[in-house]
Ligand binder design. Sequence first.
Ligand code: ATP
Length: 195
Amino acid sequence: MIIGLTGGIGSGKSTVSRQLSARGALVLDADAVAHELMVRGQPVWRDVWEAFGWPVLDAAGHLNRVRLGRLVFHSVSAREALNRLVHPAVRDALRCRTRTAAGAPWIVWDVPLLIEGGLFREVDQVWVVYATRAQQIERIAERSQCTREEAEARVKAQWPLEQKLAYADRVLDNTGTLEGLAQQIQAATAGWATS
Ligand code: ATP
């Protein structure tokens, strides 16, 4: 079974995926896959460099993520261009790793843009981790040590989480404590140990 795990920035996806991994799931993290594919010398690294030029590389030839992030945050066309290079490669890698993961009964695709990018159509169940917008902002600001304004801008650049709930087969309500979230995960995976 493939579970598509999604939510918004700072809503708690990584917290959930860590616990699902501890429960025996194979977690494929789209952000981590994207990182791997953009390592110097990899095809996506080459594509990004060709598209954006020298300014996005550091002196050693690695992609400078801070500069790239800034570039795409301020330009819709640059963001779209980057997404066109990275997203199809990440999707292919997720599919390929799933095909070769014979024997893993539960596979979790942890994909921030699962719904926006259409990948939700390829999973058996969509799980959405929900927190209020104010909580997302507060948790990001605390974790990333960015200002509230920066955190707010990042949350506002995404779909409102309420919009994603319409696609959910299961909602993990992370508006409460971490303990409360863990209990929901226990309940959601109660059958796993015996399956
Ligand atoms: P991103 O999309 O930015 O990777 P995420 O959805 O994976 O974020 P997490 O990294 O799991 O979110 O959580 C964001 C921050 O909020 C973390 O520091 C985490 O420890 C904290 N957090 C998550 N859930 C709760 C909660 N219920 N109460 C308090 N803090 C929480």
